[in-house]
Design a protein around this ligand. Structure first.
Ligand code: ZN
Ligand code: ZN
Length: 263
């Protein structure tokens, strides 16, 4: 599996020279195999992702529907190429609700063109149908997370290799057992590191975890590599570099836009 990060920023895009190193686009991750192209979230990072038209299908799994996770969707030019079948799914809701939410998000009050009502090659599928369609290639599972309005994390497994994405989530102790099981034998974990431990004291209920918790969880879980994403919009490159210098585990790093791994 080739894993590419197209967007690392949390909440809102952050253009500016102080955000160039880590990147200013919001959440979007890509998994590419010989047979499939899979995206997790379609924040503004999705705009520059190249949709591969030699694949059978393009799958987009949404963790939830907050702006920073769907806003880039209609800005990818490949979306408008006929013949390119694109299926969108979320384990957070059934097909009917997912479809209704997306149609509302891209209705004329919020966006000029309702892509979910007008593009025939763009479909919304139930999570069961989506995972069924992919199961010969990649096994996709989900876990419910703690986030206002709800969110789900996903795991993607192909031949003993496992990627887990846990965005957006406010880590709570009762989650520990379930998350450890979900991340068992993980090769790569994407962690919501929006806040520091100190910032989190005043941000209870905002639905995000901390950088320090990424280190603690990695230690407990045995995941081979954890990449912290969903960087706070006010966190400059220099700030992240400083936080990085304080991390002692060589298994924990900070995500940069366009970073790729072969897993
Ligand atoms: Zn978010
Ligand atoms: Zn969110």
């Amino acid at each position: 599996m080739k894993f590419t990060i197209h967007g690392v920023r949390g909440s809102v895009p952050t253009p500016g020279i102080e955000f160039v190193k880590y990147g200013g686009n919001t959440s979007c991750f890509e998994i590419e195999t010989c047979e499939s192209q899979i995206f997790c979230d379609a924040g503004t990072g999705f705009r520059s992702a190249k949709l591969l038209n030699d694949r059978k299908n393009v799958w987009v799994f949404l963790t939830h529907f907050h702006h920073d996770h769907i806003q880039g969707f209609p800005f990818n030019h490949g979306l408008f190429s006929e013949g390119q079948q694109i299926s969108v799914s979320s384990a957070l809701h059934d097909k009917k609700t997912t479809s209704a939410i997306l149609k509302q998000c891209f209705s004329e009050h919020f966006f000029p063109v309702n892509i979910f009502a007008s593009l025939n090659h763009l479909s919304v599928e139930s999570f069961d149908v989506a995972t069924d369609g992919l199961k010969q290639d990649v096994d996709v599972s989900f876990i419910e997370l703690d986030h206002p309005g709800g969110a789900v994390g996903y795991s993607f497994v192909k031949e003993n290799k496992k990627v887990v994405i846990l965005l957006d989530n406010e880590f709570q102790k009762p989650q520990l057992g379930g998350l450890l099981e979900f991340c068992k034998d993980g090769d790569l974990l994407i962690w919501d590191g929006m806040f520091t431990k100190d910032e989190l004291l005043n941000k209870r209920g905002w639905g995000h975890s901390s950088i320090e918790q990424a280190e603690e969880f990695t230690e407990l879980s045995g995941v081979k590599k954890t990449v912290i994403c969903h960087h706070a919009p006010y966190r400059s490159d220099a700030d992240i570099d400083l936080l990085k210098s304080r991390i002692s585990s060589d298994r924990v790093s900070f995500g940069c836009e366009k970073m790729s791994f072969y897993i």
